[in-house]
Ligand binder design. Structure first.
Ligand SMILES: NC(=O)c1ccc[n+]([C@@H]2O[C@H](COP(=O)([O-])OP(=O)(O)OC[C@H]3O[C@@H](n4cnc5c(N)ncnc54)[C@H](O)[C@@H]3O)[C@@H](O)[C@H]2O)c1
Length: 254
């Protein structure tokens, strides 16, 4: 399989290195608006070369995006129109209902898939299954060190409580986690989000609480930051690599 990667930052680098070691992947194309980042990564890989997206599209099977919301808006549709599957990390882009519907329709028309890794949260599998039946409530509780929320507080403080859609407007950095949970469960307007600034915290923790006909779910993760980008959790990279494995492997744990 041949892989195209858009975005050679923290996550793109982790995925490219993992893909370089996968025997099922024969070729990797890299693109980044920061040429130096792409070149540096390329030099560290055995199977990689540099090409603009429009040029590598013809020769790849799957495109992995780990760049930005703008990159999703710019490239996602042309990737699908070219008949390639797409893995999106900048899931926050899908808060835009018009863009999401357009990509969904394009993927359907071209018989392609859009994969959304669960990213920095855990428990998405449970929410996905539970949402087949009636879900009464889904809540995300994110706890962060105050500095990473741009806050300076002396004690544990709830800095936001509301819908996922409103959380994104006020705290766009939590957008990917809230978007993934919303899409898996009850949507952006029904998913509740609580964001807590806690001076005792050194890690970013995400807790999902869901209640419905299935029973009750509580899933919590305490994430280490990615060594190359403290804004991203290392779990997000691991989840991306697991999704790539899922695209390749005959046996899938869904
Ligand atoms: N789904 C999740 O749980 C989750 C978790 C963390 C990060 N993310 C998202 O994944 C993306 C990548 O995260 P990261 O930590 O690797 O970021 P990063 O800043 O380390 O790397 C992003 C790279 O993409 C490049 N880039 C930006 N816009 C581009 C464009 N239009 N075309 C090509 N390249 C472009 C940048 O130059 C940079 O090298 C971000 O959008 C981030 O919000 C998602």
């Amino acid at each position: 399989m041949k892989l195209g990667i858009i975005g050679c930052g923290a996550i793109g680098t982790d995925v490219a290195k993992a893909a370089d070691a996968m025997k099922d992947i024969e070729k990797i194309y890299l693109f980044d608006i920061n040429k130096a980042a792409a070149e540096k990564l390329c030099k560290s890989l055995k199977k990689a070369s540099l090409k603009p997206v429009e040029e590598f599209l013809e020769d790849v099977d799957v495109v992995f995006e780990a760049a930005s919301q703008q990159a999703v808006a710019q490239y996602a549709a042309i990737v699908l129109e070219a008949g390639k599957d797409l893995i999106i990390m900048s899931i926050g882009s899908l808060f835009n209902d018009a863009l999401r519907k357009k990509l969904e329709n394009t993927a359907r028309k071209h018989h392609r898939k859009i994969y959304l890794p669960s990213g920095a949260v855990c428990g998405i599998d449970g929410v996905l299954a539970a949402s087949i039946e009636k879900l009464d409530s889904v809540t995300l509780v994110t706890t962060k060190p105050p500095a990473s929320l741009g806050k300076s507080v002396e004690e544990r403080t709830i800095v936001f409580k509301g819908t996922a859609r409103d959380a994104v407007k006020q705290f766009p950095r939590n957008i990917n986690v809230a978007a993934c949970l919303s899409l898996a469960g009850v949507g952006f307007d029904e998913t509740k989000v609580e964001i807590i600034a806690d001076p005792v915290e050194t890690r970013i923790s995400h807790k999902i609480l869901a209640h419905g006909r299935f029973g009750r779910l509580r899933a919590e993760v305490e994430n280490m930051p990615n060594p190359n980008n403290p804004q991203s959790s290392y779990m997000a990279s691991l989840s991306a690599i697991a999704t790539l494995r899922r695209v390749l492997d005959p046996i899938q744990i869904a």
